[in-house]
Design a protein around this ligand. Structure first.
Ligand code: URA
Length: 168
């Protein structure tokens, strides 16, 4: 079997960080450079931004959230991060489903379009961010990815809504 493109650049598979007993799971897109080196999701620039916002909202990120990604290896082109391809997403879905089975989150924060689309939410982020969508008794909340240039106020308010949903 031909190995998938993103596996060639893999240093570490990136599975999760945080608390696997948390009520809240956050699903991002894909590991970046630092995540590939450390094996931990959201430890680079985007992760720092996210951690800051989550803390401002009143979460203890490491305690209250289980962080993971749609794909488990870093997609790279010319030494830079790129969007994961359909085939890469499809090859990782089974791992994400297993993570949802084990963690049994009450709330899933869909961080960015890749995670949002995976759950068949096809409306644009500008119309669905911060809303709560039922999915097999799990509350899905799509939010902008930290990389998206939109004000911190918008990102903060979306995470505040997660807090109000009673995740913690
Ligand atoms: N780091 C991650 O682990 N996921 C992202 O989506 C972005 C950065």
């Amino acid at each position: 079997m031909q190995s998938l493109c993103f596996m060639k650049n893999r240093i570490k598979s990136v599975i999760s960080r945080g608390n696997e007993n948390a009520k809240i799971m956050l699903i991002g897109e894909a590991p970046g450079k630092l995540e590939n080196e450390t094996g931990k999701p959201f430890v680079g620039k985007s992760g720092q931004q996210l951690n800051d916002l989550l803390s401002k909202v009143g979460f203890n990120p490491e305690q209250d959230i289980y962080f993971c990604n749609v794909v488990k290896c870093r997609p790279v082109k010319n030494n830079k991060d790129r969007k994961p391809q359909k085939q890469e997403i499809e090859s990782c879905v089974k791992y994400l489903n297993a993570q949802i089975e084990v963690v049994k989150p009450e709330i899933i924060i869909l961080c960015g379009n890749t995670a949002k689309r995976l759950f068949k939410i096809n409306e644009p982020m500008k119309t669905v961010h911060g809303s709560c969508i039922d999915y097999n008794k799990i509350k899905l909340v799509p939010v902008y990815h930290p990389r998206v240039s939109i004000t911190d106020e918008v990102k903060f308010n979306d995470l505040k809504k997660v807090k109000k949903l009673g995740g913690n």
